[in-house]
Design a protein around this ligand. Structure first.
Ligand SMILES: Nc1ncnc2c1ncn2[C@@H]1O[C@H](COP(=O)(O)OP(=O)(O)OP(=O)(O)O)[C@@H](O)[C@H]1O
Ligand SMILES: Nc1ccn([C@H]2C[C@H](O)[C@@H](COP(=O)(O)O)O2)c(=O)n1
Length: 261
């Protein structure tokens, strides 16, 4: 059996080969000893690996899943500390942090954006922007990051927030990514409101005020809690008590990321 892996001249053959070797190395040498060939071609030369067929097939499945960007969703009420913890995770574990709220604010502020007014109206009233907009911003940011830095591990903060977000992501993105887990920061409405009101003294955010916060919490309870339950049913949720100070919360977060491969 022969598998040909051909890449354009600009791609890095050796990185590809070493990735393959690392997945093949993790496979158990059990049944088949029939040799299969994995040939990497890149003009002008070619490299060849001879591996037992069964191992190569399992390695192929692992390789495909390895090649997909890894995604951790980060959810929790407004002010629970999602952004704060994401910054720490980036420093310690090398993920790229993509905040759906930040991307929407950036798009709202972009000159000539056809969605600016719609986004601001939703943000101010604590409602959720249609998924077509948010999902396109996220996919674009993921692609740009991958291209610019090669990093393909993402913390997607504040998404999916409602059924529309979930459906849109499932239809457009779920096959293109490896969903690692969902990090859920639990914190009381009172504590979160106090944090956001304090942040509002300097953030300049049009929704860090008592009126918008009430609406944002209603949206969280009515729409986002159901999404967290949906992921709980799939055993994907890692829940964290986010009521302690930020460093203590990060100790808990660290333990979760440390147990990932
Ligand atoms: N554990 C903590 N204890 C006290 N204050 C915190 C803690 N974590 C974050 N904060 C502060 O609370 C405010 C909200 O934090 P952060 O922006 O990280 O929350 P968030 O969940 O991303 O909010 P939002 O969803 O509204 O964007 C910030 O001013 C931050 O400095
Ligand atoms: N998936 C999302 C995420 C955010 N928004 C809008 C509505 C939110 O109230 C606002 C602020 O988000 P935050 O920075 O608090 O995460 O952004 C949305 O419509 N859809």
């Amino acid at each position: 059996m022969t598998f040909i892996v051909s890449r354009s001249a600009s791609s890095t053959l050796h990185v590809l080969k070493s990735r393959w070797l690392s997945v093949i190395g993790r496979q158990q040498h059990t049944q088949s000893s029939v040799e299969a060939k994995l040939i990497f071609t890149k003009p002008p030369g070619r490299l060849q690996l001879n591996v037992p067929t069964a191992i190569l097939i399992r390695a192929y499945a692992a390789f495909i899943s390895m090649s997909k960007p890894k995604v951790v969703f980060v959810l929790g009420p407004p002010g629970s500390g999602k952004g704060t913890q994401c910054e720490k995770i980036v420093k310690e574990f090398g993920y790229t942090h993509l905040s759906a709220g930040d991307l929407l604010r950036e798009e709202r502020n972009r000159e000539g954006s056809e969605y600016g007014a719609l986004i601001e109206d939703n943000i101010k009233n604590g409602r959720i922007v249609p998924v077509e907009i948010t999902c396109a911003l996220l996919e674009n940011a993921m692609n740009k990051t991958k291209e610019a830095t090669g990093n393909d591990r993402f913390l997607i903060d504040g998404f999916p927030r409602n059924e529309d977000n979930l459906q849109g992501w499932t239809n457009k993105m779920s096959d293109k990514v490896e969903q690692q887990f969902v990090l859920f920061f639990e914190c009381s409405e009172q504590q979160c409101t106090e944090r956001c009101l304090k942040r509002g003294e300097s953030s300049g955010r049009s929704d860090d005020n008592a009126e918008s916060l009430k609406k944002r919490f209603n949206t969280y309870i009515n729409d986002t809690v159901g999404i967290i339950k949906h992921y709980e049913e799939q055993q994907l949720v890692k829940k964290i008590d986010a009521s302690a100070d930020a460093d203590k919360v990060f100790e808990r977060v660290k333990a979760i990321f440390a147990e990932q491969k």
